[in-house]
Design a protein around this ligand. Sequence first.
Ligand code: ATP
Ligand code: MG
Length: 381
Amino acid sequence: MRELLLVKYGEIYLKGLNRPYFMHALVERVKQAVKDLGGKVWLYDARIFVEGASDMTECIRRVTRVFGVHSVCPARALDKADFAAICENAAEMMASKRGTFKVDSRRSDKTYPMTSPEMNAEIGGYILDRNPDLTVDVKTPEHRLNVEIRDECYLYSEVIMAVGGMPVGTGGKACLLLSGGIDSPVAGYMIAKRGVELVAVHYFSYPYTGEQAKQKVLDLAKILSEYCCGIKVYVVPFTDIQMQIHEKCHEEYTTLIMRRFMMRIAERIAEKEECGALITGESLGQVASQTMEALNTTNMVVKMPVFRPLIGFDKSDIIAYAQKIGTYETSSLPYEDCCTVFTPRHPATKPKMNIVLSSESRLEGDRLIEEAIANTEIVKF
Ligand code: ATP
Ligand code: MG
């Protein structure tokens, strides 16, 4: 008997002819996740198997965080010809259980001498004889012993739910505008979950925002990188741009113009990184710069599509999501962001285009953008 993990995939099953491409990508992602634990990973018959990891608990934690994985089942692998051993192991696995149970057998090896109902009856009877605390309930059992007859026989009773989604890299690459707030890490997670590789851009305004604020963003990127197989963060100095905007533009328009500059620079980095879209954590009506009119004004400066996965989310929903993925605590640390440094008292919620353009014409836009990009620092996780 050997112990291993049987990994089930999620939405990939909907794929048709290109399913092998997605499966291959998923196997690669699982391999990457368990590499330094020494786990061996292989694909057989619509299941991924992981065996031999030095730390099983850590291995499970990592595999359940790989996008594309539906669930992970700690399993016992046995010689399928040895039915006595299968019964014995099944009884052992159910020995500590009480209440109702069911044996659920399936065979992809159709030459196997027993049918699934026959196996259910035999193994179920064997378990019942050895555990008086169990009774059978085939409709809504409290416990389920799964038996899969493939190249070998696999037994498992525990199904640990994983993150779902699609394997990272199968959906292209996008550039996340990552602040230190609650929203943008969640937005990045959601798009990465759909199979998209992430590159992040963070604007910081030293000395108005300090080292700790920057470190907070890097910590968030590190958390995200665990899900999305690594992340490259562009840290862009934004102080000069903010200072000029503050000095030369209408006060009510400063946030909006600042956001337009963020989008322009992000698009330049995204083009260089061959990304197909930008991602922000904006949510309709959350703040003045996120009214429909304001969002249109920021959209206008880029040609690339802008993904805003949180657009219809309430803040409370976003917080719950951030707690679930493990970014909330870091996001809640009280460090300032460049957005909050020069916040106008009455930001424009229905901006007028002629004022936006006349304000921007007073700035040395191109030079500021070139300089910011030239002084960018890259951090990789
Ligand atoms: P978050 O939205 O992440 O909680 P926030 O609320 O401080 O942070 P907003 O003012 O709501 O940020 O900004 C909207 C979006 O603009 C963010 O979700 C993020 O995508 C982007 N953004 C804001 N500040 C920055 C920054 N300093 N660097 C990169 N992107 C930023
Ligand atoms: Mg926000």
